[in-house]
Design a protein around this ligand. Structure first.
Ligand SMILES: C[S@@+](CC[C@H](N)C(=O)[O-])C[C@H]1O[C@@H](n2cnc3c(N)ncnc32)[C@H](O)[C@@H]1O
Length: 204
């Protein structure tokens, strides 16, 4: 996935960069490294997603399995892990370096409830109670659609997914496409700074 990372190998100590962010309403000192998405800052789209969740998202399931699809260095998974310390938070990415950084950040923040995994390493029978994602739009429409279908199909019946994407990267057409994929329905939960947060639920 050259749009997101070049295979960079394991993170070395001198690759690590400290970054101070706010996750789930509290400061978090994390580390990032070259070769992962938004290594220098909390991505603006991710920030819009996390703020929207605080205002409008509704409760995060206190237990069960929560999924961050495309975790990067981990901001969404780490926020979920803070919000739901008794839940199991799965941070999934195709970039091994992203998984390594997410695991390192979870450990630095004392979050023992984060599991990191390559997509194919998640056992097929595992179902999720919530999905939050800043998905990899730049993989191309067909790959993105396949990816979203694959993981939406793993949501439990009452679960929903919240996805953030920029309007210039096709947020509105993605919402329309999602809403036309039975059994899903999709609507805009919020818009800010050019980003849309799309909520995907099972149609009644
Ligand atoms: C827009 S970035 C978001 C990263 C992180 N969640 C954040 O908010 O900073 C999308 C992530 O999806 C990952 N990705 C790309 N293709 C993927 C796939 N097929 N399955 C899972 N993750 C993928 C990329 O490596 C990248 O880390």
């Amino acid at each position: 996935m050259p749009h997101y990372f070049e295979p960079a190998g394991p993170v070395r100590a001198d690759d690590l960069r400290p970054l101070d962010v706010v996750l789930a309403g509290a400061p978090a000192g994390v580390v990032t490294a070259p070769g992962v998405f938004s290594a220098n800052r909390l991505d603006l789209g991710t920030s819009v997603l996390l703020r929207t969740e605080q205002r409008l998202g509704g409760p995060v399931p206190a237990a069960g399995r929560l999924l961050d699809l495309g975790c990067g260095w981990g901001p969404i998974a780490l926020a979920l892990a803070r919000l739901a310390p008794d839940a199991e938070v799965w941070a999934v990415d195709v970039n091994p370096r992203a998984l390594e950084l997410t695991a390192l950040n979870a450990s630095r923040l004392g979050l023992g409830n984060v599991r990191t995994a390559l997509p194919d390493a998640v056992a097929p029978g595992l179902a999720f109670d919530l999905l939050w994602s800043n998905p990899p739009i730049r993989v191309g429409k067909d790959a993105l659609h396949g990816l979203l279908r694959r993981w939406l199909d793993r949501l439990r019946p009452d679960a929903h997914a919240d996805l953030v994407t920029h309007k210039h990267l096709g947020a509105d057409s993605l919402t329309t496409w999602l809403g036309a994929q039975p059994p899903w329905t999709a609507q805009k939960l919020a818009s800010a700074k050019g980003y849309r947060v799309i909520r995907v639920t099972r149609a009644p």
